[in-house]
Design a protein around this ligand. Sequence first.
Ligand SMILES: Cc1cc2nc3c(=O)[nH]c(=O)nc-3n(C[C@H](O)[C@H](O)[C@H](O)COP(=O)(O)OP(=O)(O)OC[C@H]3O[C@@H](n4cnc5c(N)ncnc54)[C@H](O)[C@@H]3O)c2cc1C
Length: 516
Amino acid sequence: MLTVDGQSSIKESYSDLLIDESKSTGGIPSKIFFPENADDLISIILKSSQLKQPLRLIGSHTGTTGGAIPNDNEWAISFTRMYHIESVATNPEGEIILKCEPGVTISTISEFLNDAGNSQYKVRGQELLTPGSHFYPPDPTETTAQLGGTVATNASGARSFRFGATRCSIYALSIITPNAETFTLVRGNIVDPRKGFEIITDQGSKIVFPPFSYRSPQTKNASGYFSKAPMDLIDLFIGSEGTLGIFASITVKLQESINIVAGCTFFKTLESAFLFADFLRKENDVLSIEFFDESSLKFIDAYRERMAKPIPEFPENCTQAILWEFAEKETGSFQDKYEIWESFLNSCDSSFDNTWSGMESTEIEKLKRFRHALPESINAAVSSFKNNCPLIRKIGTDTALPAECFSSVYKEYLRLIKKNSLNHAAFGHLGDCHIHINLLPSNEGELNTALDVYDNMMELTIKNGGTISAEHGIGKLKCKYLEKMYGKAKIGEMRAIKQSIDPQWRLNRGAIFEKF
Ligand SMILES: Cc1cc2nc3c(=O)[nH]c(=O)nc-3n(C[C@H](O)[C@H](O)[C@H](O)COP(=O)(O)OP(=O)(O)OC[C@H]3O[C@@H](n4cnc5c(N)ncnc54)[C@H](O)[C@@H]3O)c2cc1C
């Protein structure tokens, strides 16, 4: 197993592992380990437990909230060498399941499924698949993310509108505790948080979780530990941001492939785009409703030359766009819908003439690339601003709101941004009322203004029953807002959960909870 020892070697050769896409900075670990299998992982954790050494878990460090950023002198574990897909099988419910090491990336899973049966992969049970027969529903835009990172943050993607976030596709987790004990959770183990519950490890120890009364909001959510009464025990660990245990293996559920038609439709006003989104939400076979507002289209125009792949010019006078996907398999073909959709689009002053369409998988891929190009370019812009002012970091909302107040709160966000003359780019998962507003300060003065505006947006969100993080998690950067969202007493209950399994608070210190 590769182990890199000493802060100076780490700083010199592994500095890329010390930040994530939030562009915020942390400390330098004293060791970085690159385990190649579960035994390596257990041996590191056992040693860390004997030495009471704090640990930092690093996936592909594409996170945007700093959870994977090490503190000074921690031991860091990178999962890049635990990248195997271990087996394909059928579970008792008849679903096809895929067991993976935590460092497998989302793109490796798609490549494997597109190619299953060919000789490149030698995976036990792969004869249950044929090339392209199945897909893994969560589709976070950043496909270099590792499965472990996406389970730890309960990541979601455009199609979560239809298939739910990562948690909905997780069947089993093998977990290592901070003192190197192990246990496996399979979906279906129902517990009642009102009464508390316990886990018996493979080594025979009992981990006792006290009762807790807080509940996760109904909106899409990745803020704090999941709670519902009753709930599946596995859901407590999904979205726990590496603070409750280390995922050593992850088993996901696959779905049979479906034929997809996709399009990107352009609109002249925000109101007409929102009306079309309301229309799409009522269509059973719509998989995703992704939104790009005026600021995003302007941002793409400004950065068009620097984009890795060419992006066509937008239709004239259009300021907003909705990227949608429709599943043909379930109730018939898209042709059956064409006239109804066209007539609705006409009533919104748009049409299929204002739509980039994707009927073939290569065209759909192009539309997805367009979707991905935006956050990627925003992150590149933040990096270039950071060159001029090192304090600059990404300041982006990840809020989801109840549908009934979404439109009014969103307009209030925009009013605040305009009043403070900030540059921004807004895009995201309109189907779930979950939009990312990226504030783009380019100097220290603007940065301070952006932080104040961000504070106001979080207050507005909490006041209206929304969540402060719907998919990126709390990490190290959003702890104070989590406390505002739940209040001190409920945060105390979450801390008691952490204390039950990690009494020395050695795992991912500073993530979810600022103080330990
Ligand atoms: C361009 C771009 C687009 C993005 N789009 C999306 C999107 O559509 N949806 C979305 O949800 N996010 C998105 N993200 C954010 C990011 O990709 C996700 O948060 C992703 O889940 C992080 O995965 P990672 O492997 O990079 O994890 P990291 O950033 O390395 O870590 C994230 C958290 O997981 C923990 N962790 C990692 N491995 C393990 C393990 N084995 N066991 C326990 N804990 C572990 C870490 O300690 C950390 O707390 C995007 C990011 C970028 C840069």
